[in-house]
Design a binder for this molecule. Structure first.
Ligand code: FES
Length: 573
């Protein structure tokens, strides 16, 4: 059986291929298909609709539009379900399940008879999981995101999830917004279907995916409820049929140059710190290592151009009106690898050239007048983070970018919850809040708890920002002087585990330094006395697999056996 496409792909092993094909076709005819339909190229649609995922509420509409596009191009579309993850519905954190979704999606891409796939992503962890799956399964694939929500409003103020959720909750904690009003605001923050409409992780991953070449041009910023979103989905379905015929596999698109484009865009959009972890995991699936020193150097020459919250002022619908990611790509110009191939079948440069000419707008700034002079994310080194740590400098307070302070240490999330608002907590605004055992193994799952709340008594005095350090992550919608992803994490014995209340910690972002000002002989004594925390134990199931296998943040937090080692290439190049 030479032809292995369509229904003949990956025949179930009965020891008789003719029978396997006969039985498969007999079964699928129960769905009402004709032989003519079954002879077409098959495009799988990874349908991530879930009643627990409001960011994917429009998935059924997108499935219909993708199917229409596939049929128009002469293919047969067949949808299949996968794990779907929403940020607020996965306990203890959606990050724990990103790799599970990636495994599920990868296995279905390989197991089911499809010649190409369109994957419907959107909420934070879904797109990274799908890119990881596509990289490993290497089935021609592209991604359609559900798209961002429109903005809401409250008493004349424009609101967006979830930067304003956090900002207004902070005011509520400080006593400036009462119980009744914060409840009313809760009804206004998510006014439509779609993903968070600031430059949070979902928007960041959508933009990076388009820059990476795994999404058709223009797809990142179209709001979820606009008709253009459905036309984009239709075009993606049609393009998937062509990709199947061209055998345009992800390894031809996701090259070191393409990852460099995605990383450049991450910096230029003031994107989520999570984008770095996720793209590291995706690249690792292809044996490509993200070189953090090169990424930091790239950041020094890549200004933040996009004026969206949390680094700036606007929302994703504003970026869409300004021409979407194409406007950013056009402005970045020769800083990008414009010859990188994309899923459109054309290069990134050709995609930009094919787009309508730009127009006057104030959302995407020229490189000569950026929102922030450097890239959004800086990579830190020092004796507190030998592996690395990062800070979203574009969302931090300028006066705290060089700061020394006394450590106030929280040993776990439980400890943080129990003591942060204690009126007797010995803390001042100049102190450095430290949270540990909240990393990939420590929590487990590296929750978005790095945005340590300002202690209530300080918040009530008007303190809005402090230096905060942890081995956790932070929501892409959050802001502040927050050092994240300290590697190695405390739960595996990283130096964060050795910090004590009252130690001096120095942060120097311009020098890219994070130092624990304690003599090495004292640290050696503490290290000798250290023992692993009681957290992070699992006897069985997926959680045990995660704890046994998860890598550190600088390696993408993938399961170790899913990363393709040894690395054969580096990015950014
Ligand atoms: Fe889904 Fe923010 S919670 S994108």
């Amino acid at each position: 059986m030479a032809d292995r496409s369509g229904m003949k792909k990956g025949l179930t092993r009965y020891g008789d291929e003719g029978f396997a094909l006969f039985l498969r076709k007999a079964f699928i005819k129960a769905m009402g298909y004709s032989d003519a339909a079954l002879d077409r190229p098959i495009v799988g649609i990874a349908d991530t609709f879930s009643g627990f995922n409001p960011c994917h509420r429009t998935a059924p509409d997108l499935v219909a539009a993708i199917k229409r596009g596939v049929a128009m191009a002469g293919g047969l579309a067949v949808e299949f379900p996968t794990v779907s993850l929403h940020e607020s519905f996965a306990y203890p954190t959606s990050m724990l399940y990103r790799n599970l979704m990636a495994m599920d999606t990868e296995e279905m891409l390989g197991a089911l008879p499809m010649d190409a796939a369109v994957m419907i992503g959107g909420c934070d962890k879904t797109v990274p999981a799908q890119l990881m799956a596509a990289a490993s399964a290497n089935v021609p694939s592209l991604i359609v995101v559900t798209g961002p929500m429109m903005t809401g409003d409250h008493k004349g103020e424009r609101l967006g999830a979830c930067t304003d959720c956090r900002r207004l909750w902070g005011l509520h904690r400080a006593g400036e917004i009462d119980e009744g009003e914060i409840e009313a605001i809760g009804g206004k923050l998510m006014p439509t279907a779609g993903t968070c409409m600031v430059m949070g992780t979902a928007s960041t991953m959508a933009c990076m995916t388009e820059a990476l070449g795994m999404m058709l041009p223009g797809g990142a910023a179209i709001p979820a409820v606009m008709a253009d979103r459905l036309r984009h989905a239709e075009a993606s379905g049609a393009r998937a049929v062509a990709m199947a015929k061209e055998k345009l596999t992800p390894d031809r698109i996701m090259t070191p140059q393409a990852f460099a484009n995605a990383l450049r865009v991450l910096l230029a959009i003031g994107g989520s710190t999570n984008g770095l972890i996720h793209i590291t995991a995706v690249a690792g699936r292809l044996g490509i290592e993200v070189d953090l020193a090169a990424f930091d150097a790239m950041g020094r020459e890549t200004p933040v151009l996009v004026d969206l919250k949390p680094s700036g002022a606007g929302y994703m619908e504003d970026l869409h009106k300004a021409g979407g990611l194409t406007t950013v790509l056009r402005e970045l110009g020769e800083l990008l690898h414009l010859d990188a191939l994309t899923c459109s079948g054309k290069t990134l440069g050709e995609n930009v050239a094919d787009a309508p000419a730009g127009w006057a707008q104030d959302v995407v700034r020229p490189r000569t007048d950026p929102v922030y002079a450097e890239g959004g994310i800086a990579v830190l080194r020092g004796n507190l983070c030998p592996g690395s740590a990062i800070i979203k400098q574009s969302g931090a307070s300028p006066e705290l970018m060089r700061h020394s302070g006394r450590a106030v240490v929280f040993d776990s999330l439980e400890d943080l919850t129990a003591r942060i608002d204690d009126p007797d907590l010995d803390v001042t605004a100049d102190d450095v809040l430290v949270l540990r055992n909240a990393g990939p193994k420590g929590a487990p799952g590296m929750p978005e708890s790095g945005y340590i709340p300002i202690p209530k008594k300080l918040a009530q005095q008007g303190v809005r920002d402090m230096v905060r350090i942890s081995d956790a992550r932070m929501s892409g919608t959050a802001f502040g002087s927050v050092v994240l992803h300290v590697c190695p994490e405390a739960a595996v014995g990283g130096p964060l585990a050795l910090v004590r209340d009252g130690d001096t910690i120095t942060l120097d972002v311009p020098a890219r330094k994070l130092a624990l000002e304690v003599p090495e002989d004292e640290l050696a004594k503490r290290r000798a006395a250290w023992s692993p925390p009681e957290t992070a134990r699992a006897e069985r199931g997926y959680k045990r697999l995660h704890l046994d296998q998860v890598s550190q943040a600088d390696e993408g937090c993938d399961l170790d056996f899913l990363t393709q080692r040894p690395f054969t290439a580096k990015t950014p190049v």
